[in-house]
Write a protein of this length. Structure first.
Length: 78
């Protein structure tokens, strides 16, 4: 079960980073085409997507640490 959750988290991280790359690339194109409004919007959405990917990465890392600490805490009590 834990491996499935880790794989899903890795898939979400990859998806958000790819989306960020595509959106920032579009922002560069719109900036080159002298369409500053669309460039700004795509850049902001790309940055948000990147940070959402980082959020999933940190959440998965913290869940892994909690899962690793939980069995050791139970063995201290017994």
């Amino acid at each position: 079960m834990r491996q499935l959750l880790e794989r899903q988290a890795n898939d979400m991280i990859l998806a958000f980073r790819m989306l960020a790359l595509i959106l920032v690339g579009l922002a560069g194109y719109f900036l080159w085409a002298d369409n500053n409004d669309w460039a700004f919007g795509c850049f902001v959405l790309g940055v948000c997507s990147y940070f959402l990917g980082m959020r999933f990465q940190l959440k998965a890392r913290l869940a892994g640490k909690e899962a690793a600490e939980q069995p050791s805490a139970g063995s201290d009590r017994a």
